[in-house]
Design a protein around this ligand. Structure first.
Ligand SMILES: [Zn+2]
Length: 243
């Protein structure tokens, strides 16, 4: 059965992700940066919220938590390492732990780089990856607290997931990422077609995500970087990119 997932746009360019365990109807919500846009989606899914799943401590991923906990009585799962700067956690997890949403289990993957305590959740059954601000469509997160070596290792772990895995990331950055990625790999045909598809989706006001790990392996220069030095160089290039 597994888990199904729906993107909920919030704030200016964030995505929260509504998850449903098909076997039990258990509902989870990843990274609610505000509460108001979540409520209609939760109501449409049956009017209950069992779990809030957090990838990292930034306000645009957690600021909706208090209101949603008060409204629905949801429990909260997040990283032990960031307990001091996350909302109150009902389940604290580290690398290799499992989080259960009904009968669906997610493996916790340590993904430092964007922040020190950043984690991702991988639901093998259903093929869903909640990766916050680590991996984006055609990009990766800024290195606000971590090193290029840490981000390289984090991306290596995500690249090893099955190619059909849905990458459910925290932001709609795809057009900007595509413009930069094309400066890194101008002759990459898969990237060219992804950039065109993203332009068309955004012109219709539609999300460009989720994408799959396989699509990203073909087109995302950050996931394709062969070593730490390459990743460091292209991440710095993106930081300075205006386009
Ligand atoms: Zn962030």
């Amino acid at each position: 059965m597994g888990v199904t997932v729906t993107a909920i746009p919030c704030l200016s360019d964030n995505y929260a992700w509504l998850l449903k365990d098909e076997a039990t109807g258990t509902i989870g919500l990843c990274d609610p940066g505000e509460s108001a846009p979540m409520i209609p989606a939760i109501e449409a899914a049956g009017g209950k919220l069992d779990w809030i799943i957090l990838t990292h401590h930034h306000g645009d991923h957690i600021d909706g938590v208090a209101d949603l906990v008060a409204r629905y009585g949801a429990k909260v799962v997040g990283a032990t390492a960031d307990e001091h700067r996350l909302p109150k956690l009902d389940q604290k997890v580290v690398e290799g732990d499992f989080f259960s949403l009904g009968e669906s289990r997610a493996r916790v993957i340590d993904t430092p780089g964007h922040t020190r305590g950043h984690i991702a959740f991988y639901f093998a059954d259903g093929g869903v990856l909640l990766c916050g601000d680590t991996l984006f469509a055609l990009g990766c997160g800024r290195l606000l607290e971590g090193t290029p070596a840490e981000m390289f290792l984090s991306l290596t772990k995500l690249a090893a997931l099955p190619s059909e895995t849905l990458v459910c990331c925290g932001h709609e950055y795809t057009l900007s990422n595509a413009r930069y990625a094309l400066t890194v790999e101008p002759d990459n045909a898969a990237l060219q077609s992804r950039a065109a598809a993203a332009e068309a989706l955004r012109a219709e006001g539609k999300p460009t995500v989720p994408v799959t790990v396989g699509q990203e392996m073909a087109a995302n220069p950050f996931l394709r970087a062969k070593d730490v030095d390459t990743l460091a160089r292209i991440r710095l290039g993106k930081d300075n990119f205006r386009g």
